[in-house]
Design a protein around this ligand. Structure first.
Ligand SMILES: Cc1ncc(COP(=O)(O)O)c(C=O)c1O
Length: 364
């Protein structure tokens, strides 16, 4: 690094100089290049994306948009549609640029530098990443062997003045959900409980009905997976009126752009068809489960999402990852020590599942 570079780093906030880039998924061209195959051979089962793509109604809704005017900072139309879709009053919903932005807004609202944020490890990496960016203290509480949460350890951290807990349900990558009983125990601890229901449309389970009883509950949702618009970045939070009002107050005024807004509204209008697609992805996950049942060297953890955490008994995950990649199948590899024999596989179309199963039979 030259002297100039060091100079500006000295001026940066110290905790941010050390933050490493979040490792998101690479574009298909990059995956193809790394595996030495052509981009059209890539089967992307590594980001829990919707393999059916955006529905044509959504694509059509994007043409003819008024692009020279700012979107509505109060998100009136979008929030009204989300309220109808979720059965919540409009005062209890606010949208963000993906669930990712909601995570950041919650940290901005609740967490001072040095205050404690809890997640239950292994889990979605954006909680710890965003906590680091917020200069928060992260307490990562290990899940038990069956990936259930450790309520006692969370209670201990909560008593030691933790501000907020992020809990994905179903959890990415383990696939299991939190029970209502566990959630109530967490809520009774008094900290902010952010239940991340990004995979709600696949699991069918929600805790949103508890919001009237618990002001400290907030639910995160996303349009990325079930609605097939991950590229447009739309998510939302459901919470008490007070919580939502403050989230609206502190968000960037135009955080959801006009294309994202139009796409999300259209997706909700055709939700019945999109939910059928979500069901078909659950069917594909079950097909993968059945196939793995017949492979002695492999097992999986029960999942309620559009993905499955698989385990290889006699292989390290990196080897399995590379063998699958050579066959054009890209899945999610983790560096986490508890996942060194595991890969997370997203549900694909029936054709993609067919190719995945052939590849698995080949390498197992
Ligand atoms: C548990 C969980 N929460 C949130 C997100 C982020 O979703 P979005 O695309 O809406 O930012 C993901 C994406 O993979 C996820 O797995």
């Amino acid at each position: 690094m030259n002297a100039k570079g060091q100079d500006i780093q000295r001026l940066m906030r110290k905790h941010l100089v050390e933050v490493a880039t979040y490792s998101g998924v690479d574009p298909s061209e990059e995956l193809a290049r790394s595996a030495g195959i052509s981009p059209d051979e890539v089967i992307r089962l590594n980001a829990n994306e919707n393999p059916y793509g955006a529905p044509h109604e959504v694509v059509e809704a994007l043409s003819g948009l008024t692009l020279h005017l700012y979107p509505d900072p109060e998100q009136r139309r979008l929030r009204k549609e989300i309220a109808a879709y979720t059965g919540q009053p409009v005062e209890r919903v606010v949208a963000g640029a993906g669930g990712d932005e909601i995570i950041e807004l919650l940290l901005r609202l609740f967490v001072e530098p040095g205050e404690t944020v809890i997640d239950c490890d292994p889990t979605f990496g954006m909680y710890s990443f965003s906590a680091r960016v917020a200069a928060a203290e992260l307490v990562s509480i290990p899940r038990r062997d069956d990936w259930s949460i450790d309520l006692e350890a969370i209670a201990y951290a909560a008593q030691n003045s933790a501000k907020i807990l992020f809990l994905a349900s179903p959890n990415n990558p383990t696939g299991n959900s939190v029970t209502e009983r566990e959630a109530i125990q967490l809520l009774e601890m008094g900290l902010i409980v952010a239940i991340d229901e990004t995979y709600y449309e696949f699991s069918g389970n929600t805790l949103a009905h508890l919001i009237g009883d618990y002001d400290n509950l907030t639910i995160l949702r996303s349009f990325s997976k079930w609605a097939g618009i991950a590229g447009l970045r739309v998510g939302y939070a459901i919470g008490s009126e007070t919580l939502v009002r403050h989230l609206i107050d502190i968000k960037q005024p135009y955080n959801v752009n006009v294309a994202a807004e139009a796409a999300a509204i259209t997706a909700m209008r055709i939700s019945r068809r999109l939910l059928e697609r979500a069901d078909s992805l659950v069917q594909q996950r079950r097909r993968i489960e059945r196939a793995i049942d017949g492979i002695p060297e492999m097992s999986y953890y029960p999942s309620e999402g559009n993905f499955l955490l698989c385990r290889f008994e006699r292989k390290q995950s990196r080897q399995a990852y590379e063998e699958l990649a050579r066959r054009g199948v890209f899945v999610r590899l983790f560096s986490h020590p508890r996942l060194e024999k595991c890969l997370r596989i997203s549900s694909g179309t029936p054709e993609q599942t067919g190719k995945l199963l052939e590849a698995l039979a080949d390498i197992a």
